[in-house]
Design a protein around this ligand. Structure first.
Ligand code: DQA
Length: 145
């Protein structure tokens, strides 16, 4: 299984950014965590982070016919980007949306996700463990296909 993990804007600021919500672990810690999960499960992965909507769309399009699965935390673009939602649908790659925090328990403007409709499921409020759950779900899903 070849997995692409995409992290959206400001996730590179983990550890500095609102630690009361996102914790003190850094983005480098998250990358290490995802790499460990993938190594343990024989998954080849690439991890991409961008603060720019168009770059994220380009990366999703480039994944077409290259990656088997996508884990995406679109960050704030979750709540604004029909374009990222369309890009995920365009490539037709099984995808899971992840959020570190529980977006249903925060400000009203975070409660709606445009992107979740393009994904098989959304995992939220579990911190880094949400990425592991998403990766294992996709591995299992692809094994059953
Ligand atoms: C987030 C939740 C979003 O609302 C927010 O804009 C983020 C991070 C999360 O992982 O909890 O940047 O996606």
């Amino acid at each position: 299984m070849k997995l692409l993990v995409i992290n959206g804007p400001n996730l590179n600021m983990l550890g500095i950014r609102e630690p009361q919500i996102y914790g003190y672990s850094t983005y480098a810690d998250l990358v290490r965590y995802i790499n460990d999960v993938c190594t343990k499960n024989d998954i080849v992965s690439e991890i991409y982070q961008s603060n720019h909507e168009g770059n994220i769309i380009d990366r999703i399009q480039q994944a077409y016919m290259v990656f088997d699965a996508i884990v995406i935390n679109p960050a704030a673009y979750t709540h604004t980007s029909i374009a990222i939602a369309d890009a995920i649908k365009s490539v037709n790659i099984p995808s899971v949306e992840v959020h570190l925090s529980d977006i249903t328990k925060r400000e009203d403007f975070r409660k709606h996700s445009f992107t979740s409709n393009s994904c098989l499921k959304t995992i939220m409020g579990k911190g880094f463990d949400g990425y592991e759950e998403a990766i294992l779900f996709l591995k299992d899903y692809l094994n059953k296909c």
